[in-house]
Design a protein around this ligand. Structure first.
Ligand code: ATP
Length: 273
């Protein structure tokens, strides 16, 4: 069977002041069914561009993007995306926000089944007590959990979490990382997590792929995360495997940092002279 996601030789650029800047270059990425893969990269490296290519919101300039064995030609309910800003409807309750998505994804179901399904996912993210509250009555972390419940309730084959926690304060973010791990594992979904936080990736992912700095950002090698679940953030700080994997990813990202890239470009210019 083909992998769920397969990008081959993908490049994507944008017009910028009369010229064209290539944001992503030669991207190869495979995600198998049931995997939780994290892409870790610098701000502005092209993470959201990569998400948009897989979600079908953008088309690649070169290369191919395939999903479940077929080329991606546009967005679809088989790929659910949770963006950094939660985009909930402020006049609807938690239950109603999730319900709306359920109704759109499963039009053939009756009202009772829609409501029960929505409630199941509200409970999965631990928000049953806040079921009838509106987003304005919730904290940032709770709102983000509603966004996750809404995406999961549509039962996409792939759930893409694009920096889902980066708008939150450090304390809430830390708390939600643990909860997100439980939700992800419980849902058994194939998940692509995009983050700029190596520790967050190590807490959640089965495999981490670093995205180097742009322009012409490329993906690095895969780092498999061999840590048993459930993972406890505090206990992990002293774990040998955790520290080794963290250092290896950090080194890889540093080697592709904007400063390192400038150094390499400088050295190349020096050699050329
Ligand atoms: N539609 C567009 N038109 C022109 N330039 C774009 C467009 N989308 C993205 N870019 C540029 O491409 C680069 C990568 O943007 P992208 O949003 O993918 O990065 P990112 O890694 O998700 O950043 P962040 O972590 O800050 O959200 C940036 O320099 C951005 O300005």
């Amino acid at each position: 069977m083909e992998p769920l996601v397969a990008l081959r030789g993908v490049s994507k650029g944008f017009a910028s002041g009369g010229s064209r800047v290539e944001v992503l270059h030669g991207i190869d990425l495979t995600i198998e069914r049931g995997e939780l893969v994290a892409i870790v990269g610098y701000s502005g490296a092209g993470k959201t561009t990569l998400v948009s290519l897989i979600a079908g919101l953008l088309a690649p300039d070169t290369g191919t993007v395939r999903f479940a064995g077929a080329p991606v030609t546009g967005p679809g309910t088989d790929r659910g995306v949770v963006f950094q800003s939660y985009s909930l409807l402020p006049w609807l309750s938690v239950h109603e926000n999730v319900l709306l998505a359920v109704e759109a994804a499963f039009p053939a179901w009756d009202r009772t089944k829609h409501a029960q399904h929505a409630d199941r996912y509200v409970a999965m993210v631990g928000l049953a007590p806040a079921r009838d509250k509106t987003p304005g009555q919730l904290s940032g972390g709770m709102r983000q959990r509603v966004a996750v419940a809404r995406a999961l309730a549509m039962e996409p084959e792939l759930l893409i979490l694009d920096e889902p926690l980066s708008a939150l304060d450090a304390l809430t973010r830390g708390k939600l990382q643990g909860e997100l791990e439980r939700i992800c594992v419980r849902s058994g979904k194939t998940i692509l997590l995009i983050t700029n936080d190596v520790d967050e990736a190590l807490l959640l992912a089965d495999r981490i792929v670093p995205l180097g700095a742009g322009p012409r950002a490329t993906l690095g090698p895969s780092f498999r995360v061999e840590l048993p679940r459930p993972r406890d953030k505090r206990a992990l700080q002293h774990d040998h495997t955790y520290k080794e994997t963290r250092a290896a990813i950090g080194e890889h990202l540093l080697a592709s940092s904007p400063r390192a890239k400038r150094r390499v470009a400088g050295a190349t210019a020096e050699v050329a002279r």
